[in-house]
Design a binder for this molecule. Structure first.
Ligand code: ADP
Ligand code: MG
Length: 564
């Protein structure tokens, strides 16, 4: 080694390592999935960079991943001929956690092993999962394009520090050597490794190779030959026929691309032909990521062109209100050297975006109709994001409106599970509008004095308490020709629902209250626009309302708190 230095892990890495080793032990074989997944990503990156710079291949274009083990040494080696890492990249990528949402993630840890294991899974375990089974990890890597003398050796026992040294490596790419803990001998076995690879990594589109084994009669055991054989299917999963892919394979593929630990809620896989030709494989996760509300947060759809990985995070492929969707789009029409700028202008991309939006909405329609429990999970996690679509996606507004769910006086619960169609189906005879109240909390909405008359008449009111609701309502004027109306705005035209006697009674009250109204008008001059007799209250003596076209008090408060 020319230069060698010892560096400390970022504090979060130390915390993560400690938690992971203790809470994910029962799932320890996932280390293999994570390392193979990284090797596959590294090959994707090389292929992409080589579009502009074919020299990076250094004469070796057969990208592959190899897994080997050494019983005597107690090691497993996972190697790839992908992009590799420079010294600085190794320090940054294997010593820190750069993902957005990291801080929130750590603030949510409870110390309860079970709960934290769930969280860690969600956060994505990645490279550090090696330390579940290894007490020492050595990473030998050379970035494609760098001279042989500028390879890096990164080593750590996962305790808090790592060492990096400059070394030589003839072939580009990365080799990771795991020095297994004493109790992990079961992985020093060709059969076991093949089994884990097939289970977790069959969907990887590159060949994963292991040395072929033969029966040695003398030793009476399997011995390795010098010949590499491919142990997975090694074809892009999304390019296979639907009937050739099992649910398990779809789920594992999801975990690979989404860096998720849990199964997805739903997926859709289609080959689209016509003006624009592409394959889509789109998933809905079970749980919101930490950076769902982060404007800079990563989008989850990977773009491929004819099987070649082009980019992660291509935000043009889906509208922002569907940013929770993960998956792959493989276009047959786009040029391989497509840039983000080209994507913005491209008509093919527009066709893909429209097509994918429709598919995702259909997938949600289907879930809402046939799997209400899953839809409830979806709504709880992503409902607020979907609501943005009402304002963002004019063309699909109706469809999105059908997918909305609200709390309502009908259920007397804060759970958002009433659709607008449910509401319309329960409307009273003569009722023309869909009534709602907005407030900062469920309790405030449910106890609003504006609801009194509705309760008395048995008319349902939707209780809207999410931050986006006011904004959404400014775009959602009606549903199935029924206007949406705030119970706190303007004069309530509940007359159609009143019987004759009630109408007569109202007229009498209005007449006899005239002097009182006049006195109050005078007393409140300059403070209110008008004092009116109302029939909307039952138990409360008075309430404040705003005109039909004015900002609601709730929205005024929101704007004020946002400094506007
Ligand atoms: P993630 O894959 O979610 O980015 P990981 O912890 O699995 O997180 O990996 C961290 C980073 O280390 C990767 O993003 C990548 O930059 C780098 N890395 C890991 N394995 C390899 C590899 N085999 N070749 C090149 N870079 C790698
Ligand atoms: Mg990874």
């Amino acid at each position: 080694p020319v230069t060698s230095e010892t560096l400390g892990f970022q504090a979060e890495v130390k915390q993560l390592l400690h938690l992971m080793i203790h809470s994910l032990y029962s799932n320890r074989e996932i280390f293999l999935r994570e390392l193979v997944s990284n090797a596959s990503d590294a090959c994707d990156k090389l292929r992409f960079e080589a579009i502009d710079n074919p020299d990076l291949y250094e004469g070796d274009t057969e990208l592959r991943i190899r897994v080997d083990f050494d019983k005597a040494q107690g090691t497993i080696t996972i190697s790839d001929n992908g992009i590799g890492m420079s010294r600085d990249e190794a320090i940054a990528n294997l010593g820190t956690i750069a993902r957005s949402g990291t801080r929130e993630f750590f603030s949510q840890l409870t110390g309860d092993r079970q709960k934290d294991a769930q969280l860690i899974g969600q956060f994505g375990v990645g490279f550090y999962s090696s330390f579940i089974v290894a007490d020492k990890v050595s990473v030998l890597s050379r970035r494609a394009g760098l001279p042989e003398t500028q390879a890096v050796l990164w080593e750590s026992d996962g305790q808090g520090e790592f060492r990096v040294a400059q070394v030589e490596k003839a072939d580009r790419g990365t080799a990771i050597v795991l020095h297994l803990r004493d109790a992990e001998d079961e992985f020093l076995n060709g059969w076991k490794l093949r089994e884990v690879l097939r289970r977790y990594s069959d969907h990887i589109s590159l060949p994963i190779q292991m040395l072929k084994e033969e029966w040695d009669a003398e030793k009476s055991e399997q011995v390795k030959t010098q010949e590499w054989e491919t142990v997975n299917q090694a074809s892009a999963l999304w390019a296979r026929q639907k009937s050739d892919v099992t649910d398990e394979q779809y789920k594992e593929f999801y975990k690979h691309i989404a860096h998720d630990f849990e199964d997805p809620l739903a997926w859709t896989h289609n080959r689209v032909e016509g003006r624009s030709e592409y394959t889509q494989l789109l998933y809905i996760p079970r749980r919101a990521p930490f950076d769902l509300w982060d404007r800079e947060g990563r989008r989850g759809v990977k773009l491929y062109v004819k099987r070649v990985f082009i980019m992660d995070d291509a935000e043009q492929l889906l509208p922002s209100y569907l940013r929770f969707v993960k998956g792959v789009i493989d276009s047959a029409d786009l040029p391989l050297n497509v840039s983000r700028e080209i994507l913005q202008e491209s008509r093919d991309v527009k066709a893909i975006r429209d097509g994918c939006t429709k598919r995702v909405l259909s997938m949600l329609d289907d879930m809402a109709e046939n799997r209400p429990d899953d839809y409830a999970t979806f709504w709880e996690q992503f409902g607020q994001v979907l609501k943005e679509g009402v304002g963002e996606d004019f063309a699909n507004r109706e469809r999105i409106a059908k997918l909305l769910r609200f709390a309502s006086t009908h259920n007397d619960s804060s759970v958002q599970n009433v659709s607008l169609a449910d509401y319309v189906g329960r409307m009273k005879e003569g009722q023309e509008k869909i009534y709602y109240v907005t407030a900062e909390s469920y309790a405030a909405a449910a106890n609003s004095p504006h609801l009194e008359v509705f309760r008395k008449k048995g008319i349902e009111v939707l209780l809207l308490t999410d931050r986006v609701d006011e904004w959404m309502l400014s775009y959602l004027r009606d549903f199935e020709d029924k206007p949406l109306a705030s119970v706190a705005k303007g004069g309530l035209d509940l007359d159609a629902l009143a019987d004759e006697e009630e109408k007569k009674h109202r007229a009498e009250v209005a007449e006899s209250s005239k002097p009182l109204v006049e006195r109050m008008q005078k007393a409140l001059e300059g403070k209110v626009k008008e004092v009116r007799v109302t029939t909307r209250l039952v138990d409360s003596p008075a309430c404040v309302v705003v005109d039909e076209h004015e900002l609601s008090p709730h929205l005024q408060r929101l704007l004020r708190s946002a400094g506007q």
